[in-house]
Design a protein around this ligand. Structure first.
Ligand code: AHR
Length: 328
C-alpha cells in the first residue's frame, strides 16, 4: 500500500470509529444523573391531615404521581386553612410547575388565585371537594364525590331502619366545604320531611377526632337526651364514640351512630356493633388524577366533572375479608 492509500485507509477507520461512537451516544442529550429534568412536575395543595380519609388521599396521590411513574410531586399541607392554599398555589406558579392539583378546603374564594394560574398557562385539576367560581374555565376539570347524594343515602337508611321520634345530634365538618354542605343538606331534607325527627344539637368538629370528642363531651355534660349521632366523617365519630364510652353509654346500641368515609377502622367498628351505618367517600384519587394528566399530555380533553362511584355499609354482608379487600 502506497502512502496515499495508507492515509485514505486511516481516514476511513477514524470516520467509522466516530460513527460508532455517535451511534452509542444515540445523538440525544445525556440524561441528568437523577433524571429529574424529564419528570412532569405537579404541585398539589392538600387540605391538611385532619382525618384518616385525608391521609389515604395524600398517599394515593404520592403513589400515583411518583418518580417511577414519571412525576415529581410537590405536596403542600395547608392545615385546613384556605389562605395557606392560596399561598401554596402562588408558590407553584412561581416555580413554573406543569400542573396544579387543588383539594380545596372550602368552595368559595378561589377566583383570583386560579385566574393567576390560568394567566400563567398552568392547568388546574380540582379533586375531592368542589369549588364555586364565576368562570369555570379557571380550572381544567374536577374529580370528586357527590356529597349531597352521600347525605341522602344516610337519610334513606334512617328512614328504613328507625321508626318513630328521633332526637338527632349533628356533628358537622369544616363549615363551607362541599363535604359539609352536601351532607348537611341531606340531613336538612330528612328533617323537613320528618316532623317526628328533632335536631337537638348541631356543631362543627372540623372533621377531626379531637374536636368530635370535645363537642360530645360538652354535650354529654349537660344532656344525654338523644338517640342518634349523624357524624359527617369517621374521625369525628371516633371522638364521639370515645366520649359516649367514657359516659357509660354503649355506642351503636344506646345511641345509633351514622358516619361518612367508610375507612377501614370505621368498618371494623360496624363489625363490633359500635357504628351502625357508614357512607363511603372514596379517597383514592391519585390514579384518577394521573389518568387526567396523561390525557392532557396527549392533547385530549378530560370530562369537566367526574363523580366517583361510592357505596355504603351496615353490618349486613360486611366481613373482615370485605374490609381487607378495600384500599383504605
Ligand atoms: O372532603 C372529604 C372529607 O374530608 C372526608 O369526609 C373527611 O374525612 C375529610 O377530612
Amino acid at each position: 500500500m502506497n502512502r496515499a492509500a495508507r492515509w485514505m485507509a486511516l481516514c476511513c477507520l477514524l470516520a467509522l470509529a466516530g460513527a460508532l461512537l455517535c451511534g452509542c451516544a444515540g445523538g440525544r442529550p445525556a440524561p441528568a444523573q437523577d433524571g429529574a429534568e424529564s419528570l412532569v412536575v405537579v404541585g398539589f395543595s392538600q387540605v391538611g391531615a385532619e382525618s384518616d380519609w385525608r391521609n389515604a388521599n395524600t398517599l394515593s396521590m404520592q403513589q400515583a404521581l411518583s418518580p417511577e411513574n414519571g412525576y415529581r410531586l410537590i405536596l403542600d399541607d395547608a392545615q385546613q386553612k384556605q389562605e395557606r392554599q392560596i399561598t401554596a398555589i402562588r408558590n407553584f406558579i412561581n416555580q413554573g410547575v406543569d400542573y396544579i392539583v387543588l383539594a380545596p378546603t372550602t368552595e368559595k374564594g378561589w377566583d383570583t388565585v386560579l385566574g393567576e394560574a390560568k394567566a400563567a398557562g398552568i392547568p388546574v385539576i380540582i379533586v375531592d371537594r368542589m369549588i364555586e367560581v364565576a368562570d369555570t374555565s379557571l380550572f381544567t376539570c374536577w374529580i370528586g364525590s357527590d356529597f349531597r347524594r352521600e347525605g341522602d343515602t344516610a337519610v334513606a337508611w334512617m328512614e328504613e331502619h328507625l321508626q318513630g321520634p328521633l332526637r338527632i345530634v349533628h356533628l358537622q365538618g369544616n363549615i363551607g366545604s362541599s363535604a359539609q354542605i352536601g351532607r348537611t343538606e341531606g340531613l336538612d331534607a330528612g328533617l323537613a320531611a320528618h316532623p317526628e325527627w328533632e335536631l337537638v344539637f348541631r356543631g362543627s368538629g372540623d372533621f377531626t377526632q379531637a374536636k368530635g370528642q370535645e363537642l360530645m363531651e360538652a354535650l354529654l355534660a349537660r344532656d344525654t337526651g338523644f338517640d342518634l349521632i349523624y357524624s359527617e366523617n369517621d374521625n369525628m365519630a371516633y371522638g364521639a364514640i370515645d366520649a359516649l364510652r367514657a359516659a357509660g353509654l354503649a355506642p351503636g346500641r344506646d345511641v345509633t351512630i351514622l358516619s361518612f368515609d367508610a375507612s377501614g377502622h370505621a368498618l371494623r367498628l360496624i363489625l363490633s356493633g359500635e357504628i351502625n351505618f357508614d357512607v363511603e367517600c372514596n379517597p383514592l384519587h391519585g390514579p384518577r388524577v394521573q389518568a387526567v394528566i396523561e390525557q392532557l399530555r396527549r392533547g385530549e380533553t378530560p370530562p369537566k366533572f367526574t363523580y366517583v362511584e361510592e357505596t355504603a355499609f351496615d353490618a349486613e354482608g360486611l366481613s373482615e375479608a370485605v374490609i381487607d379487600g378495600r384500599g383504605y
